[in-house]
Design a protein around this ligand. Structure first.
Ligand SMILES: [Ca+2]
Ligand SMILES: [Ca+2]
Ligand SMILES: [Ca+2]
Ligand SMILES: [Ca+2]
Length: 124
């Protein structure tokens, strides 16, 4: 099984669906399967199905919070207060936004939307 066709079998591919878009493992910004599991996005599908925001139950691309197939200011705004600085247990906190899986939504999660992801699009 090689979901993204990158010749690396899923069992040893750290990013089965290649939705980290060129981010490298050494930058530690890669959307590993473990990250996708934590935030609840689909580990086998890289791109959201439609450009219509918020129409998909099963998000596929971790940085695309509004599932419109592009990472831009609207995804950054999804992290604005009261989400920003919320911690695990707060009503505003959601694992969906906690891209570095540390239990708090802060600037490090925002940084995961930085280039090359920012302004990038992901279309099936
Ligand atoms: Ca995915
Ligand atoms: Ca959509
Ligand atoms: Ca988006
Ligand atoms: Ca975090």
């Amino acid at each position: 099984m090689d979901s993204d066709g990158d010749t690396i079998p899923d069992v040893i591919d750290p990013d089965d669906d290649d939705d980290s878009l060129g981010l490298t493992d050494t930058s530690e910004l890669i959307f590993r399967d473990a990250v996708e599991f934590f935030v609840g996005t689909n580990q086998k599908v890289g791109c959201n199905a439609t450009s219509v925001p918020y129409d998909e139950v099963d998000d596929t691309w971790p940085p695309d919070f509004n599932d419109d197939q592009i990472v831009n200011i609207f995804d950054v705004l999804a992290l604005a207060p009261p989400v920003f600085f919320s911690v695990d247990g707060d009503a505003a906190y959601s694992r969906r936004f906690d891209l570095d899986m540390n239990g708090i939504i802060n600037v490090f999660d925002v940084n995961r939307l930085a280039p090359p992801l920012f302004f990038s699009s992901c279309v099936p």
